[in-house]
Ligand binder design. Structure first.
Ligand SMILES: [Zn+2]
Ligand SMILES: [Zn+2]
Length: 159
C-alpha cells in the first residue's frame, strides 16, 4: 500500500464535516485553530527537526488559509533556511509551526495539537538523515529518503 493510499484512508476515516482542530503551546500564550482536515502525521528525521525538537519532528500539513492563530505577540519566527521558517512560543519555547515560504501549505507540530486529534501517522521522512543514536522501530510505515519524490508530499519538505 502506498503512502498516499494510507493517507487517504486515514483522512476518510477521521473526516468529520464541520470539525475544527485546536492546539497551542505549553504555557497557553499561543493558540490556534485549523478549519480543514489536517493530513496524517509525518515523522521527520532531518537534522534540523532533531535539533529543534530534541528528537524526531512530527508534523501535520493543511492549507495555509485554514489556520487562525491567537497570541501573536508571543509567537516568534526563526528562518531555518531560505525556504522555510519555524514558529515557536517566545515564552515557553514550544515548537509550533513549519512555514514554507510562498507555498499554499502550512504545517503544525503534532505534539501541539489538542487531543483527540483523530489523526494517525503515515510515514517517516528524511530517514537518510536520521540520528546515529536510535533505530526506527518496525512500525510498518513507509520510510522515505530525502531523494524520494514522494518525500515532497511529506512534512516538512526541508529547512
Ligand atoms: Zn507558550
Ligand atoms: Zn525535518
Amino acid at each position: 500500500m502506498s503512502a498516499t493510499t494510507q493517507n487517504d484512508a486515514a483522512q476518510q476515516a477521521t473526516s468529520e464535516p464541520g470539525r475544527v482542530w485546536t492546539g497551542g503551546c505549553l504555557c497557553g500564550a499561543v493558540r490556534y485553530t485549523i478549519t480543514e482536515q489536517p493530513s496524517a502525521i509525518s515523522f521527520c528525521h532531518c537534522g534540523q527537526c532533531r535539533r529543534l525538537h530534541s528528537h524526531v519532528g512530527a508534523y501535520t500539513t493543511f492549507p495555509r488559509t485554514a489556520i487562525r492563530i491567537t497570541g501573536d505577540e508571543s509567537l516568534g519566527w526563526f528562518a531555518s533556511s531560505e525556504r522555510a521558517r519555524r514558529g515557536f512560543c517566545t515564552r515557553c519555547g514550544t515548537a509550533l509551526f513549519w512555514d514554507p515560504i510562498g507555498q499554499s501549505r502550512f504545517d503544525a507540530t503534532a505534539g501541539s495539537l489538542d487531543e483527540p486529534t483523530g489523526l494517525t501517522a503515515d510515514r517517516h521522512i528524511w530517514v537518510d538523515f536520521q540520528g546515529d543514536y536510535y533505530h526506527i522501530g518496525d512500525d510498518g510505515l513507509p520510510r522515505l529518503r530525502s531523494t524520494d519524490a514522494a518525500n515532497a508530499s511529506g512534512v516538512p519538505v526541508d529547512g
